[in-house]
Design a protein around this ligand. Structure first.
Ligand code: ATP
Ligand code: 3PG
Length: 403
């Protein structure tokens, strides 16, 4: 994989460089609640700008449906990037249209611009190679070179991640290089017991990962939104909790396989529940009720693991030599549902093992809840990306940078 340093050594002054970043930051309205992913790409952007390149930064944000949607605009991220760089960062209000072309054409050497959300274009995430390719052609017209540095999205076979580097001379940015180095160490020299804690809301994505993890981890702790599909698969009542119904047979098979192969699959024993999803903007008190995990009332939803589960999960993390944690244990954005996530974070802080936290929201949770980042072995910007790397999968965004 060509490094950005090699690219810099060749000289980039005056060149238009497309930097595929992952600026998919958590937002409350238009306010960025954690800018970790923007800070993470700064070394790459700064190095290119300082060397006189014309830098075009692009990213997705959230999951818009292939068309412009103001709720998912990258404008707040572009503004924050400008603040962090201490420079004026022009923002194109489209991704490959008139605004993008004019913004890029007006760039001076050493200047940085951001184009609008890649996923406002159906071609970005299309499963059809030709449709993705056509969008990649439009992106390629904006630049001379490509630098891949959106580690959080390297597991996506998307136009800007996979097809575009095939069309432009390319290199890997500093963030990708750093993330891969740590995760490689984890896979090459895995110390056991290896404990994986999984939570979050991308239930279908993350459930698929468990299939592979069953052959690698010694213990898997399940929390967050995905826990309820497991509880349902065990035949429990889960009320209005998040459920991936079509995955129940797969989850039943995971539970059986874990029993047969001696992998400890740990599920919550209690849950914090409410009748409604809490208001994350006002953070009005939600008065959650703790119930046993096998008896969630029909009109309630589980929004965090309960106090007994917090103790149980802390004890299951205590002897780990390696911990990988992806996905908050509950709706940590609301103070009433942050205890499970805090308990797991605290257990990692106290761990003597090598601890890795992966994921946009998981990394944000650690910082927002006030933990010292240096108390963790590695905080990865990628959740799904690092999980799939640890599974040993070929990641499209890394493979594309290799040749
Ligand atoms: N029980 C629950 N019900 C609904 N949402 C939940 C629950 N538990 C956690 N969440 C939500 O999960 C979200 C984070 O999930 P997500 O899977 O995106 O994690 P992540 O760390 O960002 O990983 P990735 O980088 O792969 O996206 C948080 O916004 C949190 O509120
Ligand atoms: O948050 C993430 O994990 C990355 O930004 C990728 O987002 P996605 O899961 O919507 O592709």
């Amino acid at each position: 994989m060509k490094t950005i340093d090699e690219l810099l050594a060749e000289g980039v002054a005056g060149k238009r460089i497309f930097v595929r970043a992952d600026l998919n930051v958590p937002l409350a309205g238009t306010t960025i609640t954690d800018d970790g992913r923007i800070r993470a790409v700064l070394p790459t952007v700064k190095a290119l700008a300082d060397a006189g390149a014309r830098v075009v930064v692009a990213s997705h944000l959230g999951r818009p449906k292939g068309a412009p949607d103001p709720a998912f605009s990258l404008a707040p991220a572009a503004a924050r990037l400008g603040e962090l760089l201490g420079a004026d960062v022009p923002f194109a209000t489209d991704t490959v249209g008139e605004s993008a072309r004019a913004t890029v054409a007006a760039l001076a050497d050493g200047q940085v611009a951001v184009v609008e959300n890649l996923r406002f274009n159906a071609g970005e995430t299309s499963k059809d190679d030709a449709e993705r390719g056509a969008f990649a052609d439009q992106l390629a017209a904006l630049a001379d070179l490509y630098v891949g540095d959106g580690f959080g999205a390297v597991h996506r076979k998307h136009a800007s991640v996979y097809d575009l580097p095939a069309r432009l001379p390319h290199a890997a940015g500093y963030l990708i290089a750093k993330e891969v180095a740590v995760l490689k160490k984890l896979t090459d020299d895995l110390q056991r017991p290896y404990v994986v804690a999984l939570g979050g809301a991308k239930v279908s994505d993350k459930l698929a990962v468990i299939d592979q993890l069953l052959g690698k981890a010694d213990r898997i702790l399940i929390g967050g939104g995905m826990a309820y599909t497991f509880l349902k698969a065990k035949g429990y009542e889960i009320g209005k909790s998040l459920l991936q119904e079509d995955q129940i047979p797969a989850v039943q098979e995971y539970i059986e396989r874990a029993e047969k192969t001696g992998v400890e699959l740990v599920l919550p024993v209690d849950a914090l529940t409410a009748t409604e999803f809490p208001d994350l903007e006002t953070k009005a008190p939600a008065n959650p009720t703790t119930v046993a995990a096998d008896a969630i009332p029909a009109d309630r939803m589980g929004l965090d693991i309960g106090p007994e589960s917090c103790k149980l999960y802390a004890s299951k993390l205590a002897d780990a030599a390696t911990v990988f944690w992806n996905g908050p244990m509950g709706v940590f954005e609301h103070p009433d549902y942050a205890e499970g996530t805090k308990a797991v974070a605290q257990a990692l802080v106290e761990s003597k093992g090598f601890t890795v936290v992966g994921g946009g929201d998981s990394a944000a949770a650690v910082r927002i809840l006030g933990f010292d980042e240096t108390a963790f072995g590695h905080i990865s910007t990628g959740g799904g990306a690092s999980l799939e790397y640890l599974e040993g999968k070929t990641l499209p965004g890394l493979a594309a940078l290799e040749d």
